[in-house]
Design a binder for this molecule. Sequence first.
Ligand code: PMP
Length: 309
Amino acid sequence: MGFDEMDVDTIWQDGEFVDWEDAQVHVLTHGLHYGTGVFEGVRCYDTENGPAIFRWEDHLERFYQSGKPYDIDIPFSREELTEATKELIRRQDLESCYIRPVAFYGYEELGLNPSNCPVEVAIAVWPWGAYLGEEALEEGVDVSISSWRKYGSDQIPTNAKTTGPYVNSVLANLEATGNGYTEAIVLNGEGNVAEGPGENIFLVRDGEIYTTGLAESILDGITRQSIITIAEDLGYTVHDDATISRGELYTADELFFTGTAAEVTPIRSVDDNEIGAGTKGPVTDELQTKFFEVIERRTDEYEAWFHYL
Ligand code: PMP
């Protein structure tokens, strides 16, 4: 669904609430030419206790940290960004939504060195349902291994959520969807599993859970961290620094993606090879069920993860 069909009309830009159509940048914006921006993706859930932003402080922390390699010094405090976001959600009467903060080098000059360019910041919120589709959450998705490799941390910091490098994810997603799959899995420079274009990946084998480690060229996903915690609390052994080979994907008992957008999405096939029984596996089901119980606040566990409006 396009933005124009959504009932949203306000964006926060550089300290002001502006009408949706007025949230503009100059065509000579540094970030537009060189991808010198950082962003976040966060969800606000309609919980039993009213709207609540999931792990807001952790997302904010990653937002500021992502800017560091690029000297992007976000000129607003955590309190200002928090207040702006909450006000945006309230003003537009949204109970649940996706939240997109972005900070980028703006308009001044176009040399590669961005030091003289201002850092511009915006926050938008909009309703966004299941990223890979409602059916995907139940039935699982068909994925393919991308022919595009993930860049290494010695090329671009993979723990920063930087706008420019997302062309790697766009290429992987376009290839996969162009070939009839729902999403891709991207291998790292060593040829081992990194992650999805916008998701982390988990594997289940013999009742234990594995997810690729931070040195495998991945983003340290906040949903990944949440699922590790939830799984350990449910008594599972979780290997959170795994190296996973391509072959191990095909023979896994279960595979699933995690991410703010994708939440917990089962993977039912990789390159047309059925994973497990070719449907949502029992461990994935238990974790996904618990995850939704937590985010809808049908339990009082993990209360510290929620920032109520
Ligand atoms: N990897 C990549 C490349 C991503 O873009 C995302 C989405 N932010 C994730 C993993 C999952 O991270 P999170 O759970 O924090 O959304």
